[in-house]
Design a protein. Sequence first.
Length: 234
Amino acid sequence: MHQFDLEPGTTLLNVPSPRSEIVHRLVCERLAADAAGGSAYWIDARSAASAHALYDCASSPRVLENLQVARAFTAYQHHSLVRDIARRAEPGTALLVAPNVAAPYRDDDLAAWEREPLLAATLEILSELGAVLDCPVLVTSADSGGEDGSADDATAASGPVAEYADTTVDCVRTREGLRLERVDEGEATGATAGYWHGTQWQTTIPYWVELCGAVDAFDPVVAAHDRGLLEVSG
């Protein structure tokens, strides 16, 4: 009940840091829910992929059997991998993941005039794949000042990446843990009914209302009358 369902199309997830484990958790939950066992592809940037984190989040090692991970260190490598996935992916693909998708395209080894067109081409391919294959495409952007000191540029969330996203989700760090909020025109329109804290899940009252339903309103006067406490003998 606490799962955050990734819908077909492109979802931009704004995360607290480039290597946030919320990405691994969402990927594992999506793959576990895919009864057909379709292929999944992770196009990595900024070393976001972690086998240790994935296996910690997976309910079973078998969940990860169909996940293929390829790591890019430059914008050209990243774009080439996305083009290669476009040739490999087929109907039934369960998920495409591209964390820190814009980060390689801002590196100094890429000419300034090439950055925007190459990134736009990459985002267009990913967006088209999500539409044609009817599968979720999860891309991420990290806020400035991440916990590991190698944070992505926060402007990516409001730049070209957001323009290609069908859905935008903010991962909010709170003292209770991480909460996911859907964002529509800059306003939060819905949130998960709980918080992730490492491998633990902190439940909330709305979570239990959704799970078990709400109790009827309690009127102490009526309850006392029903129990005979207000009866007066002559």
